[in-house]
Design a protein around this ligand. Structure first.
Ligand code: 8YV
Length: 311
């Protein structure tokens, strides 16, 4: 109870409750005078807890010279300055594996929703179009499609396995070829030329910024669909919006955006695009499991035990 922990953003309720009943938690995000809070913790605070979305910048780490651990509620650590952490002996932990199934499920749900227009079809029934106009305009079959996955890590592989069960052809792009039977494309544009659906499942950060470029989206074309459960930064969002609006890109299912929670009005205005509020891991089961890992890493650090995960 005596050890201070700096919390940078609100967390899954049960996780935050347990964190606050176990350690002396200071809520940075709610502090009126943030510099004063940091100054008051400078001599004592060894642990920061944050979310994938909030991350942790170098300036904040610098303000806490005793900092030894950043425990991240989320697998993606692109918003954490890993270079600064590494150079200063600050461990960074995350929550891999426990969210893989849910995130892969939502990727597939977005693919199905985009190809089969599940959300537009729901509106068709509710707004009386079925009665007034008859059946929904025809949509696109899933089984015959070619799916190209950008990033064949844990989540990308789980998406590929799910897609395989639908009978789609599968290929992937990433920095390295993997020991799998699926076709590898070193060039994402070439993969998009081959594919009907491109699914982004890679980490965010500098290495993947804009990897789904205008050229990738143009190669996917007017009958192609783009799904993003990775990070908004991995796609050229202005190009994506422009191509979707003009019909040069067929459809999209998006869980992540630049500048969340703000979504461009131009995207909201395209009814065939399926939009989600960055909640691929947002189930009771998975958020509880992510919280357990986040809490257990903090406890392991204070007890001097090995960390359970490390970036
Ligand atoms: C969470 C995520 O929404 O794990 C990640 O990288 O993007 C999501 O699971 C997020 O981290 C919670 O803030």
């Amino acid at each position: 109870m005596t050890r201070p922990v700096l919390l940078l953003s609100s967390l899954h309720a049960g996780t935050q409750q347990e964190l606050e009943s176990t350690w002396q938690v200071h809520r940075y995000h709610e502090a009126a005078d943030k510099p004063a809070l940091l100054a008051s913790l400078a001599d004592t605070c060894e642990v920061v807890v944050t979310s994938g979305g909030r991350g942790c910048e170098a300036a904040l780490m610098k303000a806490l010279p005793k900092l030894k651990l950043v425990s991240c509620f989320g697998v993606g650590v692109d918003a954490i300055d890993l270079g600064h952490a590494k150079a200063n002996g600050i461990a960074v932990t995350n929550t891999p594996d426990v969210l893989t199934d849910d995130v892969a499920d939502l990727a597939v749900a977005l693919m199905l929703a985009s190809l089969r227009q599940v959300v537009a079809a729901d509106r068709w029934v509710r707004d009386g179009s079925w009665v007034k106009r008859g059946g929904l305009p025809l949509t696109t079959a899933v089984a015959k499609r070619r799916v190209g996955i950008v990033g064949l890590g844990r989540i990308g592989q789980a998406i590929a396995q799910r897609c395989a069960s639908f009978g789609t052809e599968i290929a992937y792009h990433g920095p390295n070829r993997k020991p799998v039977d699926w076709a590898y494309y070193a060039d994402p544009v070439e993969m998009a030329r081959w594919a009907d659906v491109v699914i982004a499942a890679c980490p965010g950060g500098a290495a993947t910024k804009g990897i789904v470029s205008r050229a990738v989206l143009e190669a996917l074309g007017p009958t192609g669909h783009f799904v993003n459960i990775a990070r908004g930064s991995v796609v050229d969002q202005p190009a994506m919006v422009e191509l979707l609006a003009s019909g040069a890109l067929g459809g999209a299912g998006l869980d992540v955006f630049d500048d969340e929670p703000n979504v461009p009005q131009a995207l909201i205005d395209i009814p065939r695009v399926v939009l989600q509020p960055h909640h691929a891991s947002g189930t009771h089961d998975t958020r509880t499991a992510m919280g357990r890992l986040t809490l257990d890493n903090v406890a392991a650090y204070f007890a001097g035990r090995p960390l359970l995960t490390q970036v």
